[in-house]
Design a protein around this ligand. Sequence first.
Ligand code: SAM
Length: 232
Amino acid sequence: MYKINIITAFPEIFPGSLDVSILAKARKKKIWDLNIVDLKKYSSQNKSMDDKPFGGGPGMVIRADVLQNAYEKAKIFFEDYNFENVEKIMLTPDGEEFNHSIAEALTKKKGLLIICGRYEGVDERFIEYNNLRKISIGKYVLCGGESAASVISEAVLRLLPNVLGNEKSKLEESFVNGMLEYPHYTKPRVWNNLSVPEVLLSGNHKEIRKWRSEKALYLTKKVMKKNKKNDS
Ligand code: SAM
C-alpha cells in the first residue's frame, strides 16, 4: 500500500480533494492510505509552534524542535516500511519545481512524508538535519503548503496502478511524452453553433490519429511560447 503522511498546522484542510471520486475508491481498495499529523500538538508546554526570525524581519518561523517532534511521530506511520524508500518532502517556493516526471518517479517510492510550512516558513536547520527534498509547485507564493501537498499527492496517486478507471488514459495524457494532449469533444455534435471537427466523426482512425497528433503539437508549441513569455 502506498502511504502518504502530511505534517500540517491545519489538519482540517485534509483529506479534501484526496478523498473524492477515484482517489476515494482507491483508498477503499487499500491501494493507498493517508495520515495527517497535527503540528500544533507537538510544541513543548507553554511554547508556541513558531517564533520571531533571528536577524529580524516580518512574520514568524516554525520552530525546528516542534517540527522534529512531529516528524518523529510521523515516522511511526511507516514503521512496516524501510524509511529509505519514503520520499521526505519539504514544501517551499525555493525547491525544485514539481512536474510530471517527478510525479512518476515518486510512484516508485513506498510513500511520501510531506511537511507543510506556514507563515514565513520553517527553521532551515530542520530541513538540513533531516535531509529533506525541497519541492515547489510553481513560481508563486501560497499561504501554506497544504494545497501543494494535495497537488503532489493527487498527481502521484492517479499514476499508481489500478487507480484510474482506464489504465490507458495515463499513456496519452499531457506531459507523458513532453507534449500536451489533443482537445476533446462529445455530444451534442453542434453546440451554440460550434461543430465538432468533422474528422472525429469520420470513423477514419488513421486520420483521427493524425489530426490529434497535429493538434497536440500545435497546442504544445503555443503554450510553450506563452510560458516563455510569462517567465521573461
Ligand atoms: N517566506 C517564504 C518565501 O518568500 O519563499 C514564503 C512562505 S509561504 C507564505 C508559507 C509556506 O507555504 C511555505 O513554507 C511553504 O510550505 C508553502 N508554500 C508557499 N508557496 C509554495 C510553493 N510555490 N510551493 C510549495 N510550497 C509553497
